[in-house]
Design a protein around this ligand. Sequence first.
Ligand code: FAD
Length: 444
Amino acid sequence: MRDSAPRVVIVGGGFGGLAAAKALRNTDAQVLVVDRQNHHLFQPLLYQVATSVLSPGQIASPIRSILRKQHNTTVILGEVTGVDAEQRCVFVDSVDREGVALGYDYLILATGASHSYFGHDEFARFAPGLKSLADAVSIRNHVLRAFEQAEAEEDPKRHRDLLTFVLVGAGPTGVEMAGALAILVRSTLRSEFRRIDPSLARIVLIDVAPRVLGPFAESLSAAARTRLEQLGVEVRLGHAAELIDADGVVVGGERITSKTVVWTAGVTPSPAGKWLKAPTDRAGRVRVQQDLSVPSRPEIFVVGDTASLDQDGRPLPGVAQVAMQQGRHAGRVIHARIAGAPAPRPFRYFDKGTMAVVGKGFAVLQTGRLRLSGFLAWLAWAAVHLEFLAQSSLRVSVFVQWVWTYLTGQRGSRLIVNFPEPSSRDPVATGARGTPSTGFRERS
Ligand SMILES: Cc1cc2nc3c(=O)[nH]c(=O)nc-3n(C[C@H](O)[C@H](O)[C@H](O)COP(=O)(O)OP(=O)(O)OC[C@H]3O[C@@H](n4cnc5c(N)ncnc54)[C@H](O)[C@@H]3O)c2cc1C
């Protein structure tokens, strides 16, 4: 790589950004990956950290470790706060410096999404979402502490409130989390307490939609709902959460008293559209062209959850496969331009199918015209998730843990870890500057 080689800045080392970086490994370019976290996170398994199946280190890897053999690529820990498209630079806050301008010849924004409370940001304090490792560990701490508190509580009337867990949002995350919680309380914890019966814990899944797993075929939604109910999950559909406060949730005019409410409903894209002052869709995702570049800015690409692109008249979903395929494509377009090769064909998403797991040994899967639910779908789910973990060491470790949990019911990571209050100036300690702190702290 020449010193004068063009510089490609990739913001975000998630699914999209990492795929873009890998696609540039043989390019005569200086590639810089900037992320506010030091790790690439496999978000689809976050709920397993929140429910104690896996530990944080099993679903995340340092970005610099993943890219260690890629000699044209440098990884920088820092938070991008804006883009000057005229001057071709991004502004980065790092541990000890703010607003450092980082020039680029090509820019790929792969900054993902965060929680959306649909205009009710006041809910965030009482119903944290599940998006980062810090979120997952905080939820895990809270769930485990609820059982400890109930065991120590002399007044049985308080047990019910402590052991009521409400999940707001019955999409894949809510359904997977509800199923995993049900297994946790009804098998793993069952024999370990003396004063309380963990299996009597109440798990309530609510959504304004008329069915769970809205993006799936109706038959699979119905199968998932039946499975959840068999596991003892109360599924309450057709009503939005009207109020969430320190005492629980009001839904359909009824209060559900609970000390643990988790937000698994909406997401909102990163502010990339605002940085670029580019056209966005109604959700705020940047409208990109068929080569994934921004209109009138052929050197800037946006991929993944923060990009908006229609295919066959429908917007592409915010899923990992879209982000990975888009990241790879943006990398190839840039590679072709630098190498003076013909441009790749316009981007087209290849849908490999969608899956969600519901408790132990049961998943739903849809791909093309195939609809599958049950154990076979769960095996496919497990194989696909293992395949897409970032490093082979994680694959081995997660596989062993799953087999162990499947056979014994024991979970890998049930420690309640109390963190000291982080300094707001330290992006390493806070996990992500600008991300609201997880809401449980105020309530304990
Ligand atoms: C709980 C959960 C479960 C999910 N389950 C599934 C599933 O089963 N299947 C599926 O296909 N999809 C699933 N998804 C969605 C999937 O994870 C996303 O679609 C995918 O991560 C999008 O990839 P991305 O590269 O756009 O963003 P991300 O993977 O979120 O990566 C964004 C990266 O950008 C970094 N970043 C953001 N802002 C900045 C900034 N200002 N400066 C520096 N760095 C920044 C972040 O730290 C992060 O590393 C799930 C998501 C969640 C939250």
